[in-house]
Design a protein around this ligand. Structure first.
Ligand code: SF4
Length: 388
């Protein structure tokens, strides 16, 4: 596998508070021993490197949690170790997720010096009432100044917005999106609010404290988003991600194109050498595992070809470029991953496009991704090869 591309995901599991919609692996702790965490991440990284010699590192992504709360020296230590273990690609992309409060923005210059070259800011809204509803610790004003600081320090800046909140209308969302598009970033992640099980929002909805926006209104906002971002030269290259040409997230493209990535830190997932890896989620359990085993792995399992092919199809269909369904089948030794008759039906009814064996979702199809996947998936057991 020498020279094969590899992406690295690093999970920092701490936040200052827990947002009510969040189902990520994030924890609030009074004290964080930065030295212990630096050593733990470096040990976990060394374990992955020992299994993946000779690879070319194309991207590093610090996600969380709130990785902008990491000491810049910890970020630098991880980047240095990763680029020592593997050969960095000439255009290596190093992204860090940041929250827009002033303490974190003050670290941007140090993070840039540490080797971060792209920042993804969790702005979420420019409306203080929406930010309060989302339980965010920053105001709209702090959001604007963090964005300005990010643009001063990093060549590539993206930010996240959450829309389709209760009460959102086409007028309110188009005004906010127009403002977002006018700020000169080259990448935007625009997510609809979804109520995830186990979150505070899920309990509030169950207690009827608020009602989520209904599905039809949310679909209209999705279509509006598609039209406005396309007109502004930042079309969706993935269901929720928009970029100017060439400014797509290289790291996330690795996931969606089903390339190999190592995942380190609490709860991080990885896919490498045909295996799925999952780390211990709870920070304390992760540190105990590191002390015992010198890695934080909870699960390291071989993926059955059917499972891997299904994942590759699910990920690939999220992309505007679509996915070559037969190439996936060939890669995993399967006769087919889709039922071509059903694909044809969905092409005729305007939900899918097809060119040869490459299929993709139309604008109408993007609203029904899960449904379409369930309809076309035809992953079969691998062919039994003759032996002898
Ligand atoms: S800042 Fe992000 S990771 Fe942390 S609780 Fe809020 S949504 Fe979750």
């Amino acid at each position: 596998m020498s020279g094969e591309p590899l992406a690295l995901y690093v999970h920092w599991p701490f936040c200052v508070s827990k947002c009510p919609y969040c189902d990520f692996n994030s924890h609030v702790r009074d004290l964080i021993d930065q030295d212990a965490w630096r050593q733990a991440l470096l040990a976990d990284l060394a374990h992955e490197a020992s299994l993946l010699p000779g690879r070319t590192l194309t991207s590093i992504f610090f996600g969380g949690g709130t990785p902008s709360l990491m000491e810049p020296s910890t970020v630098e230590a991880v980047i240095t170790a990763a680029t020592d273990h593997w050969t960095p690609d000439d255009r290596i992309e190093v992204t860090l997720e940041a929250n827009p409060n002033s303490v974190e923005a003050a670290r941007f210059a140090d993070l840039a010096k540490a080797g971060v070259n792209r920042v993804s800011l969790g702005l979420q809204s420019f409306d203080d009432r929406a930010l309060a509803f989302l339980g965010r610790a920053h105001s709209a004003r702090e959001g604007f100044s963090a964005l300005e600081a990010a643009q001063r320090n990093f060549r590539r800046v993206s930010f996240d917005f959450i829309y389709a909140l209760p009460g959102d209308t086409e007028d309110s969302w188009s005004a906010m999106l127009a403002q977002a598009l006018s700020l000169g970033t080259s990448h935007l992640s625009l997510y609809q609010l979804t109520i995830e099980p186990g979150t505070r929002f899920a309990s509030m909805v169950a207690r009827r404290e608020f009602e989520p926006l209904d599905a039809d209104a949310a679909a209209e906002l999705f279509e509006l988003t598609d039209a406005m971002t396309s007109a502004a030269g930042m079309p969706a290259y993935e269901i929720s991600n928009h970029a100017r040409k060439g400014q797509e997230s290289r790291h996330n493209l690795t996931y969606w194109r089903y390339g190999d990535y190592a995942g380190i830190g609490p709860g991080a997932h990885g896919r490498r050498l045909g295996r799925r890896t999952v780390r211990h989620r709870k920070p304390e359990n992760f540190l105990t595992a590191i002390r015992r085993n010198a890695h934080g792995i909870l699960e390291d399992a071989l993926l059955a070809p059917v499972e891997a092919a299904d994942e590759a199809l699910v990920m690939g269909l999220r992309l505007r470029e679509g996915v070559d369904a037969q190439a996936i089948a060939d890669r995993f030794g399967l006769p087919a991953v889709v039922d071509w008759n059903r694909v044809e039906r969905l092409v005729l009814s305007g939900y899918l496009t097809r060119e040869g064996t490459r299929i993709g979702l139309t604008a109408k199809g993007r609203l029904l991704l899960d449904h379409i996947l369930g309809d076309i998936a035809a992953v079969e057991e691998p062919r039994v090869l003759a032996v002898g």
